[in-house]
Design a protein around this ligand. Structure first.
Ligand code: 6CS
Ligand code: FE
Length: 321
């Protein structure tokens, strides 16, 4: 007799993590750069592609000029002021104080940041790396105040996006636009070269509504000390850091192990952070089996490919001074 039910199709979990087992290091199963035409003919020369494949990140010094940075900083300040007294899930405070740490979902501001996401320079780099059209899964501004900015512990973003948001494959890139000069001493982002080639499957399970705590201080889905030491060892003991003048832009693979130390210097550190995902890697049900995280952390509503458009942005860059 013909059965009239459809077996439930679920994407295979290629990267199981927080499933109650021991910590384990597995090989990456996805390409790092998806060299598909026509996207492979993007703005990056071969040597940049090779560097990204090998290391899992690329830093472009001053991709934005001084005037553009001034405007971006003004916009960041406005966003911070608008959110200063707003108690909402998408405004993250520092642990133990009322200082703003992050503001999420800035790509829906109907203004400057919504346009910045479509910036040609950024979109074409993301498309070249991911070998397809892209859309945005997450955006935020991070603000690490002087004297009291707290650390972000080591993590792979993909581990969280896979387990908590249902991102199936490693086919997304983060783009961090540095809006303050980043020095060795104001808590710059640190990265482990080559770590994107390995997936650290983490022990434990995911607490309900984990994001309420993890965005202040991530404790679940972080590598154990042995795995972390192993990753640094395979990089010959090297840890890199994204230092450079304001206007520099760091692209890093979704699985590159990164983190940052606290900022006890007098100099704040702020950045704008966009996550571009391949349109062929849209979010599914979280692999934790739990409810998906809220829209402000993981966009599911608008997954249409971004068409880069610089016209409005150019107007905003030239008129808002
Ligand atoms: O939760 C997120 O989406 C991002 N935030 C943290 C603290 N870790 C994972 C990921 O980078
Ligand atoms: Fe991160």
């Amino acid at each position: 007799m013909k059965q009239d039910f459809q077996p439930f199709q679920q994407t295979i979990d290629k990267y199981p993590s927080r499933v109650g087992g021991q910590a384990e290091i597995m090989e990456r199963k996805d390409a790092v750069v998806h060299g598909n035409r026509p996207f492979s003919q993007g703005p990056l020369p071969e040597k940049d592609i090779t560097y990204f494949k090998e290391n899992g990140y690329l830093l472009f010094q001053q991709l934005f000029n001084e005037q553009e940075v001034t405007i971006m900083k003004d916009e960041l300040k406005k966003t911070m002021q608008q959110n200063q007294n707003r108690e909402a899930d998408d405004v993250i405070k520092e642990p133990g104080s009322n200082e703003i740490r992050s503001v999420f979902e800035i790509h829906k501001d109907g203004g400057f940041f919504e346009e910045l996401v479509k910036n040609e320079r950024l979109v074409h780099i993301a498309e070249q790396l991911l070998g397809s059209q892209v859309y945005l899964t997450q955006s935020r501004i991070n603000f690490k105040p002087g004297f009291k900015g707290k650390e972000f512990y080591w993590h792979s973003d993909f581990e969280t996006w896979h387990v908590e948001d249902g991102m199936p494959d490693m086919r997304a890139v983060s783009c961090s636009i540095v809006l303050t000069d980043n020095y060795e001493f104001n808590g710059p982002l640190m990265l482990v070269p080559g770590s994107h080639k390995w997936f650290v499957s983490c022990p434990g399970s995911t607490p309900e509504k984990n994001y309420k705590e993890s965005l202040k201080k991530q404790e679940t889905g972080v590598p154990d000390n042995d795995s972390m030491s192993w990753l640094v060892n395979q990089a010959d003991g090297h840890i890199d850091r994204a230092t450079g003048p304001a206007g520099s832009v760091l692209f890093f693979d979704c699985n590159t192990m990164h983190g940052s130390a606290g900022n006890i210097s007098p100099y704040p550190r702020s950045n704008v952070f966009f996550v571009y995902n391949s349109v062929e890697n849209k979010l599914e049900e979280p692999f934790s089996g739990q409810d998906p995280r809220p829209e402000f952390l993981a966009n599911r509503e608008n997954t249409e490919a971004i068409s880069s458009n610089n016209k409005r942005l150019q107007d905003l860059f030239s008129h808002s001074s």
